[in-house]
Design a protein around this ligand. Sequence first.
Ligand SMILES: [Ca+2]
Ligand SMILES: [Ca+2]
Length: 118
Amino acid sequence: MNLTGLAPLKTLSVIAGIGALVFSTAMPAQAHLVRAYHGDDYASIGADHRWVEVCDIERDGNGVYASFTVRGTTGPQKVGDPNGSAAGCGNRVFSGEVLGFSLCEDVSGNNNCVNKNH
Ligand SMILES: [Ca+2]
Ligand SMILES: [Ca+2]
């Protein structure tokens, strides 16, 4: 019986296990509770009810923003995607619970919105 041949495989599976652990512990920050789409554009509320993101995915020259309703604040809290359809989204962490939002495509004279509550 030759066990030495199994050692490299076992080492590989341990490394893969560590990788999976790191990956899974990194996930909660990205986990979203609610997400709404406007075409391919979307906005999300994080599982902590505080973190939000607004993402302009359509390369159509139209910006995207969302007006969030936040407990303890007056009026909508507007968050956009600062670099438009380039990689990366707009993010913000509110101090109060985010109750919902209206996601809008910023088309001149005709902003088209979808509403989402949670
Ligand atoms: Ca766009
Ligand atoms: Ca962007």
